[in-house]
Design a protein around this ligand. Structure first.
Ligand code: ATP
Ligand code: MN
Length: 461
């Protein structure tokens, strides 16, 4: 069933004698002489307008069509007399594959709230907003691979099931085949030697540790895959299942890491502006006015690098009444992050050199023995979208940090081996894919930038 995507059809530079499209009816309107049907096939935001005249062979079929029905149409693509559209389709043949009951179809023309649409996520891809989000997700994915491939990074695959509970202690989803009603118990504890992997297993919270192992053999690598966190935070920026991009560079420092992050984000933003113009105009007009200009100005200015210590000093003299008190040593809360990037710097910033107490064990100690070579990229409207660091490459220091943080080095013998044999400076970061999409589109809630969100209490569809 050969058909033309509507996006290609609307881009045509000449009339077409025969053009076949297929899609779903968005709206239907009748005048005295004509029936106007708007068809969308997901390939672009704009619908193609099908005009059926009284007396046309498919007039009777067209009259009975409902919003939501799927249709397959062959006709002539002709210049449209209507304002705002170049082409319209005059059908010779109209097949209805599946009609939609107009009483119960939930996506009638009126505007629906994002909350309501989340309840019907199975049909939500047929809305303008989710359609645009999905096309942007597609292009950003393409941009991510293109960026790293052009730079010679190797795309690697890290496991999704893990038995090392690394930094995510307490916020991991357990994976088990044990019978939950009949657990094998030894000395009051569950005996995981009977479990599928012979050990307690969980879904990964990050591919980083394995990413490091691969970087310390292959050079620059990146992963791009799903990540799972069972944190019970019902925020507009957290999902229980989200996608993360994690590059890791061998023979690299924190400086290299910051430069890579900035270049990477700018590459993605440029890509989206170049390739998703229609969808970006939609977000700019309907979701967050100014978002396009915002992206454009970010591409041409440089990110500000600020130390955690300086950021704390700036926050302390802010007149803003923060919910969480600011003190050197605290983990920056979203309100702090957003004040810094939105109110103080008014552009993306990279905060570096965080206190070691609030960061993971694998981050490289600075000489002050208080801070580590960490970096977080904060952007207006979202806050943190990237978290990264130079990794501790010194065996002894790494062991000390693990012990200080209550981790058992024996559990990480394999990770530590890379520091015993041919250790090298290396650095990397994690970009939350959905946070990036949120930033690009201006969408308020992270649940609306992924087709089927998983959040506490909800994993429907
Ligand atoms: P936050 O403090 O915002 O919860 P984090 O410090 O836990 O984030 P990292 O462990 O540094 O996050 O993970 C790297 C990136 O992954 C973050 O910068 C963010 O973009 C993204 N991310 C982290 N947790 C989530 C989540 N629950 N949902 C969506 N994206 C997330
Ligand atoms: Mn972080």
């Amino acid at each position: 069933m050969k058909r033309m995507r509507i996006v290609d059809c609307l881009k045509s530079d000449k009339s077409l004698e025969s053009c076949t499209v297929a899609g779903w009816v968005r709206t239907k309107r009748e005048s005295k002489e004509n029936i106007f049907i708007e068809i969308n096939d997901g390939s672009c935001l704009t619908n193609v307008q099908v005009v059926v005249g009284f007396g046309d062979s498919c007039y009777d079929i067209a009259r009975q069509l409902h919003t939501g029905a799927s249709v397959f149409i062959t006709g002539k693509l002709l210049p449209s007399p209507a304002a705002g559209q170049k082409w319209e389709l005059k059908p010779d043949k109209l097949i209805v594959y599946g009609d939609a009951d107009s009483e119960s179809y939930p996506l009638q023309k009126k505007r629906h709230s994002f909350e309501f649409l989340r309840e019907i996520a199975h049909l939500r891809p047929r809305t303008n907003t989710m359609g645009a989000v999905l096309r942007i997700r597609n292009q950003v994915s393409y941009a991510i691979h293109t960026f790293f491939q052009q730079k010679g990074f190797l795309y690697v695959h890290t496991p999704i099931i893990t038995t090392s509970d690394c930094e995510g202690a307490g916020e991991m989803f357990q994976v088990t085949t044990l019978d939950l009603l009949h657990l094998p118990v030894q000395d009051g504890l569950i005996d995981y030697s009977h479990d599928f992997f012979g050990a307690k297993a969980a879904l990964t919270v990050s591919g980083q540790l394995e990413g490091e192992l691969l970087a310390l053999a292959m050079g620059d690598i990146y992963t791009f895959g799903p990540t799972f966190r069972a944190e019970n935070s019902n925020t507009t920026r957290h999902l229980s299942e989200f996608w993360m991009v994690e590059p890791e560079m061998a023979f690299a420092t924190l400086d290299d890491d910051c430069s890579l992050a900035e270049e990477f984000l700018k590459f993605i933003f440029t890509w989206v502006i170049d390739r998703c113009h229609e969808d970006m105009v939609f977000f700019d007009e309907r979701i967050k006015p100014g978002i396009l200009h915002n992206l454009e100005s970010i591409i041409t200015s440089s990110f500000e690098i600020v130390t955690y210590t300086d950021a704390i000093a700036q926050l302390k003299q802010a007149s803003e009444p923060f919910e969480y008190a600011v003190e050197w040593g605290i983990d920056l809360q979203t309100e702090h992050e957003r004040w810094l990037t939105e109110k103080y710097y008014k552009k993306p910033i990279i905060v570096i050199d965080y206190p070691h107490e609030i960061k993971a064990f694998y981050m490289k100690q600075n000489d002050d023995n208080k801070t580590v070579k960490a970096m977080d990229v904060l952007v207006p409207g979202v806050g943190e979208i990237i978290g990264g660091s130079e990794r501790e490459d010194r065996y002894d220091v790494l062991i000390q940090r693990m012990q200080a943080m209550g981790l058992n080095p024996d559990d990480y013998w394999w990770y530590l081996d890379t520091r015993r044999y041919g250790s090298a400076p290396h650095a990397g970061f994690g970009l939350g894919f959905e946070r990036a999409i949120q930033f690009i589109t201006g969408m308020q809630n992270i649940r609306d930038v992924i087709p089927f969100p998983r959040t506490p209490g909800s994993a429907k569809f």
